[in-house]
Design a protein around this ligand. Structure first.
Ligand code: ADP
Length: 438
């Protein structure tokens, strides 16, 4: 720019000097005429290049850019550099975008970019295929108009996108889709859609296999157990020296029966994500029943207390929740030495209904806690078997809770005791008033 200023300054200065010389050598009028003509020529030249610039800007082509003269040569040269740089940057961005689109197109998962109003901004071909979208027609339309699964709409409105949602494809009933939303930027969302039919098939085969094997084993085991009991009850059939063996066989068949029952329960719960028959549960009555059972199991060896917030009830499947609560209470009894304390609590904490069982038992080391809900995971195999455990109790609890959208929280200190809490979402809570039960 400083070049332009100097050039203009020198031009003006030269015209002025020449005008002064003309004035000195001729007359003032001639000098003024010279000045006017120079000014007109100056303005004319600028108008000419301005017109050239305007014409070029209508269809800016690098090869057609005028050269310009004087100060305009500098302007056009700067414009040339700038435009060339823009073309380069544009080409680089285009190549990057192409690469990104090729990569997303090659992904087996469907990807849809949604704006802050949940309208489709962009999607890749697998998303078009899996969700039946057509980017050319459906862009800028709300995603709910095309992905109309009730579970998805609920998921979208919930604003809680931690877990994906699974739906059966409307377009093909054989296909199961898993849809996950991820928020990014200011309020945009990325929708990732995956075909999980193959995985589902394997899971179903595994579940069916376990269910079938368990079912097939149940009858022969019942027969063996029955005969063993008959033998032991028959006079003279079992001698004193072999009675121990028979007792052991009876207790082991009993254990196997428990494992089979638990495996069948687990596969039944796993095979259906929906909770059957949800009703309002009278928790006070249910918990008193659980307390009675716990006292029976403990056989007076523990001090068991119940603390209930009366009228705080929940909606759920009574049978399943009873099984989950009983599991935690029976674990507390089994893993707490005689004279220990067990407290069963049903309270509202942070607007959420919480069932918790606190014991002064053996406790669990921190490192094992995360694995407790795995099937057949036991911290101490010997103790679990000794107390009649199958290693499947907490796995069943976890599945029941997932179906009820509740979560399990475990706090424990080795040698001091544990607290197992079931936290229900607000949506399952019915109402409450407070009352203590001894
Ligand atoms: P199990 O039939 O072996 O009790 P669970 O699935 O119910 O199986 O529990 C898994 C493991 O968690 C148990 O083997 C035990 O090691 C541990 N556990 C469960 N509850 C308690 C508790 N209240 N105190 C100490 N350890 C526990």
């Amino acid at each position: 720019m400083s070049d332009i200023r100097w050039k203009t300054f020198w031009l003006g200065f030269s015209v002025l000097v020449v005008a002064l010389i003309i004035w000195a050598m001729s007359s003032l009028i001639t000098a003024l005429i010279f000045l006017c003509v120079s000014l007109l020529a100056f303005i004319g030249k600028h108008l000419y290049w301005l017109y050239q610039l305007q014409t070029w800007l209508k269809s800016p082509n690098l090869n057609a850019l005028p050269d310009g003269s004087g100060a305009w040569a500098i302007v056009f040269s700067a414009l040339f550099q700038h435009h060339r740089q823009n073309i380069r940057t544009e080409a680089e961005l285009g190549a990057a975008l192409d690469g990104f689109q090729q990569a997303t197109n090659a992904l087996p998962d469907g990807i849809v970019v949604l704006n802050h109003r949940d309208e489709i901004e962009w999607c890749n071909p697998p998303a078009e295929l899996l969700l039946g979208l057509d980017l050319n027609k459906d862009a800028n339309q709300p995603i709910q108009n095309f992905v109309r699964y009730a579970q998805f709409i609920q998921y979208l409105q919930s604003k809680n996108y931690k877990e994906p949602v699974t739906v059966k494809s409307i377009r093909n009933r054989e296909t199961t889709l898993q849809i996950q939303l991820i928020t990014f930027g200011t309020a945009q969302k990325l929708l990732i859609c995956r075909d999980i039919s193959a995985q589902e098939k394997i899971d179903t085969m595994r579940r069916d296999f376990i269910a079938n094997v368990s079912h097939e084993l149940r009858t022969p085991l019942t027969v063996v157990g029955g005969f063993l009991e008959t033998l032991i009850d028959t006079e003279g059939a079992v001698t004193d020296s072999t009675k121990n063996y028979f007792d052991l066989m009876i207790s082991q068949t009993g254990r196997m029966r428990l494992i089979i029952e638990d495996l069948l329960t687990l596969s039944r719960i796993e095979s259906n994500n929906e909770v059957p028959s949800i009703t309002a549960i009278n928790m006070s009555t249910l918990l008193k029943m659980i307390l009675n059972d716990a006292n029976g199991l403990s056989n007076g060896k523990h001090n068991i207390t119940l603390n209930v917030e009366e009228s705080l009830d929940i909606k759920g499947n009574r049978e399943e929740l009873l099984s989950a609560f009983t599991n935690l209470v029976s674990n507390a009894v089994r893993y707490t030495p005689a004279n220990g304390k067990i407290s069963i609590d049903w309270q509202l904490k942070n607007h959420q209904a919480v069932f918790s069982v606190t014991d002064s038992g053996i406790g669990i080391e921190e490192q094992y806690i995360a694995r407790l809900t795995e099937r057949f995971y036991r911290v101490d195999n010997g103790r679990s078997r000794e107390t009649g455990g199958t290693g499947l109790g907490l796995a069943i609890v976890k599945h029941i809770l997932t179906r009820h959208k509740a979560k399990l929280e475990i706090k424990s200190t080795l040698g001091k005791g544990s607290t197992f809490s079931i936290i229900f979402p607000q949506s399952r809570t019915i109402g409450y008033a407070s009352k203590e039960v001894a």
